[in-house]
Design a protein around this ligand. Structure first.
Ligand code: DX5
Ligand code: ZN
Length: 218
């Protein structure tokens, strides 16, 4: 089943409570929260205190995407802030297993993310600990970029690996997704589609979400 996870990165930060409520009512399945540290990626966004604050605005599934170096340092904070899923980057740490175990120790779902040019084979060893794999379809750092089509090969590769493992693991894709390419993305095996600008820059969030969902499901 296709799920849509709008990225708060393109929302109006001056009215976050309202934006979170609006997106929940518009039928989003999850809310994607992009945490950037200015080191792993050349941009800084927000951290656990903001996530804790907006947790009061909605019961929607919080899909926290950490784009930070050595994420293990902050897993406890993001779990306590109310994350339902925590994704971190395979490129950001040598302590992948330890970090996944730390996420799971809080009862939070764990996901490993890879950038468009990372070899997806790195994921294989960690499949037993994963609830989701996040395939970046742009270079992480900024919203509003164009989808890198070749990154969908990573989704196809991971899909095959997951099928062979017999485990139930979601594949999420993130970056440059909109109604016009949603079908291409879902055909690659992706079930969770992140969309920032395509949803939050639209006047009608409900229609924007429905359009992406319909296009991906056709
Ligand atoms: C990029 C972020 C994405 C981004 C998606 O580093 O991880 O979640 O905000 O935004 P769009 O859909 O505008 O590419
Ligand atoms: Zn993201």
């Amino acid at each position: 089943m296709i799920q849509i996870s709008p990225s708060l990165l393109s929302a109006d930060f001056s009215i976050l409570d309202e934006e979170v409520k609006r997106i929940t009512e518009a039928g989003a399945d999850m809310l994607h929260l992009d945490v950037m540290d200015g080191r792993f990626v050349p941009n800084i966004t927000f951290g656990a205190p903001i996530i804790k604050a907006i947790r009061k605005s909605s019961g929607i599934v919080f899909d926290v995407h950490l784009m930070i170096d050595e994420p293990i340092r902050y897993i406890d904070d993001f779990a306590k802030a109310g994350a339902d899923y925590i994704s971190f980057h395979a490129e950001a740490t040598d302590k992948i297993e330890e970090t996944l175990l730390r996420i799971k120790s809080h009862g939070v779902k764990a996901a490993l993310a890879i950038k468009p040019h990372t070899n997806p084979a790195i994921i294989k060893d960690y499949l037993p600990l994963l609830d989701m794999v996040l395939i970046m379809t742009v270079e992480p750092g900024f919203g509003g970029q164009s989808l890198i089509e070749s990154a969908l090969d990573n989704a196809r590769y991971v899909k095959k690996m997951i099928e062979e493992s017999g485990r139930n693991i979601l594949i999420e894709a993130d970056g440059g997704i909109k109604a016009s390419n949603a079908r291409l993305v879902s055909e690659a095996g992706v079930e969770v589609l992140v969309a920032g600008s395509a949803v939050f820059c639209a006047d009608d969030y409900q229609k924007a979400i429905a359009d992406i969902r319909t296009a991906a499901t056709l």
